[in-house]
Design a protein. Structure first.
Length: 380
């Protein structure tokens, strides 16, 4: 073997890139002195293109296939190097492989909330995020605008710039659309298509094709979401007055049935008093709402001879309660014959079992008292 054959054996005669990941967009083929043999084998696999660069100038671009590098299949490089009648010696050129496969599941999202004016909520802040897919479409433009003199380029090296373009155009389109926040979910595809159409030319400037653009979610602030959840719960409950009455009745029953492990009758009286207080306050709160309900008929006027009694629990005055309500409390054992009651016409508080009007509930009553103003409840 001669000296020349030994030297030329050191030059590259097989040029290929075995791409092991989908994120690398550009790979500069490494070889000593950039020297390549005449007649070297070039293998370009599917999802790749190979670009030859001579002295900083972009020369030939090879699509997938296997090539033997000669003047016949390197027309631009042959012209740049001044080969007129072929060549035999090695030549210098850079080879950059470009990944043309689709790069999927690229994330985008708003770093800061988008301030908008909504028809339902007024000024609100929205956050949005989604995914997109890209591929290198124009290898020459990609090398000029992105690769430059870099050795390798991954999708991470350009996604920040692409995300900035996406968020900027998304914010503008979302503001122009003026879609109410509660209707945005039904417009994801339409808004996504508008943004895809607008930003595709900007991606093309980098030699990149935007294959897919998806909006996954446009979210309200957590506080607004909590308020919406409460509003939805109210809608599911339906008639708020009936629900409140039901909850109050349960609370009264729980209070009466939970005297506690210690305290005996004192704890029982306290629980009963809390139950009456809750019933009294909730009834007063709900009465105006019930009167104002659209389409609800007014309640019938009370009978002139109807009786109502106050009830004393733990020195507190509750009521007045009509006979039906008192009967319900007696049935639930929240009022017994020893519970102190008073009504208009009685001189003082008396045990319920001794009031003639309540005799049917507790047995034979004593004589009623005289009329007068409401006396203070007896001491504990």
């Amino acid at each position: 073997m001669g000296l020349w054959d030994k030297l030329t054996g050191e030059f590259v005669d097989i040029i290929e890139w075995l791409c092991e990941d989908r994120e690398t967009l550009a790979y500069r083929f490494e070889r000593y002195g950039n020297e390549i043999k005449n007649g070297a084998k070039l293998t370009v696999r599917e999802g790749q293109v190979a670009v030859f660069i001579h002295e900083g100038k972009l020369a030939d671009i090879y699509q997938p296939g296997m090539y033997e590098l000669t003047t016949q299949n390197m027309p631009i490089l042959s012209t740049l190097m001044g080969w007129k009648h072929g060549f035999e010696s090695p030549f210098k050129a850079e080879v950059i492989f470009i990944n043309t496969r689709q790069i999927v599941d690229q994330k985008w999202g708003t770093k800061n909330p988008i301030m908008l004016r909504d028809a339902d909520f007024g000024p609100i802040r929205l956050r949005a995020f989604g995914t997109y897919a890209i591929k290198v479409k124009d290898a020459a433009a990609f090398i000029r605008e992105v690769v430059g003199t870099d050795g390798d380029v991954s999708s991470d090296d350009i996604t920040d710039q692409l995300r900035n373009i996406i968020v900027s155009r998304f914010t503008d389109k979302l503001g122009e659309a003026k879609v109410p926040a509660l209707d945005l979910a039904s417009q994801y595809d339409e808004i996504g298509e508008l943004i895809h159409t607008q930003i595709s030319p900007e991606f093309t400037e980098y030699g990149i094709q935007l294959k897919k653009f998806l909006i996954e979610n446009i979210a309200l602030p957590p506080q607004v979401e909590e308020a919406l959840d409460k509003r939805s719960s109210m809608g599911i409950i339906g008639n708020m007055q009936q629900y409140t009455q039901y909850q109050t009745a349960n609370a009264i029953e729980d209070a009466a049935n939970n005297p506690g492990d210690a305290g005996g009758m004192a704890s029982s009286g306290m629980g009963l008093g809390m139950g009456f207080a809750m019933a009294n306050q909730m009834g007063q709160a709900m009465a105006p709402q019930a009167a104002q309900s659209a389409g609800s008929p007014p309640p019938p006027p009370p009978a002139q001879n109807s009786l109502s009694f106050h009830v004393s629990v733990n020195g507190q005055n509750y009521g007045p309660y009509d006979m039906n309500t008192l009967q319900q409390h007696v049935a639930s054992q929240q009022i017994n014959a020893q519970s102190l009651v008073w009504r208009q016409g009685m001189a003082s508080w008396s045990p319920a079992g001794q009031v003639p009007e309540l005799a049917s509930l507790f047995g034979p009553p004593p004589a009623p008292g005289a009329s007068g103003s409401v006396p203070p409840p007896p001491p504990m």
